[in-house]
Design a binder for this molecule. Sequence first.
Ligand SMILES: Nc1ncnc2c1ncn2[C@@H]1O[C@H](COP(=O)(O)OP(=O)(O)OP(=O)(O)O)[C@@H](O)[C@H]1O
Length: 307
Amino acid sequence: MTDATIEVDGLHKRYGAATALRGMTFTARPGRVTGFVGPNGAGKSTTMRIILGLHRADAGRALVGGRPYRSLRHPLRHLGALLDASALHPARSGRNHLVWLAQSQGLGRSRVDEVLAQVGLESAARRAAGGYSLGMRQRLGIAAALLADPPVVMLDEPFNGMDPEGIVWLRDFLRALAGRQRAVLVSSHLMTELQGMADQVVVVGRGRVIADCAVADLIASASGDRLRVRTSATSLAAAALTSTGAQVTETDQDLLSVRGLPVERAVSVLAAAGVPFSELAPHRATLEEAYFDLTRDAVDYRSGASS
Ligand SMILES: Nc1ncnc2c1ncn2[C@@H]1O[C@H](COP(=O)(O)OP(=O)(O)OP(=O)(O)O)[C@@H](O)[C@H]1O
């Protein structure tokens, strides 16, 4: 077990009558961005709070670098976390917020200016944090998480409130952290936010893991053996392709999705039938399509889950 690991093993948690976690299990590894995705109420925040020792699990365990967070002598040096970007003193400047945090953790002031530069908040650093936009507060929260340069970084919904430029910035930033062998765990509602950024994705629903796999594998399996065919003669094309035994679906005006036919064969079938087309290529699924495929497969489990 390296320092740069979060290990969540069989977590169960109830809040009164509500069951939040039912055996949540996964590992976030060094050098990887692990996306933690699922619908509202799936148990993402509860899991993160248990990792941070803020809530106690009814069963199971959560370890940071092989140890419970609460047993760590200097926790910020092991795990930097952003759970709630609004948890700051509104009258205090962003910079003073970080100075106060650094001092409380026995860290030097010089780190404060480094992290402010890293998150692009230098120009606003001396303004009262209460006047920050949500995106700026997220940046300040990320700066706080990075103060002690920890091997593990955990961010709950960091894309919330970010403008498109902020989203691109955050994606690159988290990739760079993983490039420095940090373990990065990022929760999100949206697969689109994680596209092109996460290496691994843990999809959760109703308090447990539905899928835990490499993003590349997930996209490859969701892409399947489908082709995209763009043609103005959809009926003719569909007839020619269907005659080979392929399954053809019209997905948009002028666009067919074809299953069960290699590209070269599709080209020759359309050419032989004299059907014009402007595009013919293997379909590459988006992470969002892959997510919907996955959760569709999990529908029986979801509606059947009664405990
Ligand atoms: N403090 C609490 N008291 C009672 N119920 C809670 C508490 N915290 C969470 N829950 C319940 O536990 C379940 C899991 O909630 P949690 O916030 O962990 O999900 P989430 O995946 O983070 O959701 P979201 O995406 O909406 O933030 C939900 O049913 C929620 O209502």
